[in-house]
Design a protein. Structure first.
Length: 367
């Protein structure tokens, strides 16, 4: 094993073990990709690779549609007997093919100073990789939030307690979310979800709405008359993403999300085993890593996972490294060769075909 191979292997091991306690110099490590996580872990779409030769070029998403929906109260008389069955509508199995539509790429240079041992090079790459992966995870999170805004349906129901609908978005008085009767507003959202044809177990992604209520619920559970608060908040998959929604400029927004209405898919080109490709004048090292991030809620390292065909699998990052010549940073007339590292997440986020104006995404704003 070469010096560089050993360093990269050490990096892979250390990424699974190390996250220093102090992050004040890199405050993005105090943010978590909460919206992306809850959507990734609850998606239900069945995904198959589309390949040309040995290359994955896209993904087929399988779904079923009915030509029409018929709800009636039945008949007061027996149907006419008929030896030949004639269908009045068709259920069709369909698929939609989606291409890769989102790339997250970071290319960094590591200064070669003091990189004279395997441990030091691995430590330098560990620190840089930790930051880059957090950036990619948060970037993916922002893409999910922006996609929710872009794909929300025009709401037709504002519940019993809502102020009304403005430009297709349900509006509420934000002060009511922190009053004594806040539980009624959670129930009102469930009524909206029912009216908007979302499934019973839908996802709720929040910015700041109900944040204080959620933070105080564990302590309030010690009080006899407030023990139900955690059960109410936990009845649906729900998350709070204050930093992500702030960055998107929608702090006082929530989304009701049908987990059947979207799909995230990804691919990677390299294996987790470090391999070297030798060209005429340079070597390139290639490998893949699970996309890890620091969970700001628990201050522990986690791997971003997504549900694919019913199984939870990690999102993988492809990594390439070369040594680049630096003639401006010399030592006694000798040029410096600095490691240049590329990290890339390749994937896509798509939404189910729009049926009757319903996208499965309902936006709620607190004003």
């Amino acid at each position: 094993m070469s010096y560089v191979d050993a360093a990269l292997s050490t990096l892979q091991v250390k990424l699974q073990e190390v996250f220093p306690d102090s992050k004040r110099t890199k405050t993005i490590l105090y943010e978590s990709p909460d919206t992306a996580n809850i959507m990734l872990q609850n998606q239900t779409a069945q995904v198959n690779n589309v390949t040309v030769g040995d290359r994955c070029t896209g993904f087929d998403v399988i779904y079923q549609t009915a030509d029409s929906i018929v709800i009636n109260s039945g008949s007061g008389s027996a149907p006419t007997a008929n030896c030949t069955l004639t269908a009045d509508r068709t259920f069709s199995g369909n698929k939609a093919t989606y291409d890769i539509n989102r790339w997250f790429q970071k290319i960094i240079t590591l200064e070669a100073k003091d990189c004279n041992s395997v441990l030091k090079l691995a430590d330098r790459m560990l620190d840089a990789t930790e930051t880059v992966m957090q950036e990619i995870a948060l970037g993916l999170n922002q893409h999910f939030i922006a996609s929710l805004v872009a794909n929300n349906q025009t709401a037709t129901h504002s519940g019993t307690l809502g102020l009304g609908i403005n430009a297709g978005v349900v509006e509420y008085d934000k002060t009511q979310f922190y009053g004594q009767n806040w539980q009624q507003y959670i129930a009102d959202w469930r009524q909206i979800a029912i009216k908007e044809k979302l499934p019973k177990r839908h996802i709720i992604a929040n910015g700041d709405n109900f944040f204080i209520v959620n933070e105080t619920a564990p302590a309030n559970a010690l009080n006899d008359d407030q023990r139900s608060q955690q059960a109410i908040l936990g009845a649906k998959p729900m998350t709070w993403d204050s930093n992500g929604f702030d960055r998107a400029g929608i702090s006082d927004t929530s989304f009701l999300i049908d987990p059947n209405a979207y799909v995230f898919y990804s691919r990677n080109w390299f294996t987790e085993t470090v391999t070297m490709v030798q060209e005429a004048d340079k070597a390139t090292w290639r490998f893949s890593l699970p996309l890890t991030y620091l969970d700001a809620n628990t201050m522990t390292k986690k791997t971003m996972m997504h549900k694919r065909n019913g199984a939870m699998v990690p999102i993988m990052i492809d990594v390439e490294m070369q040594y680049g010549c630096d003639a401006t940073n010399t030592y006694d007339g000798f040029t410096t060769y600095n490691p240049v590292v590329k990290y890339q997440l390749t994937g896509g986020l798509a939404f189910a075909p729009n049926v009757g104006g319903s996208t499965g995404i309902v936006q709620i704003n607190a004003i």
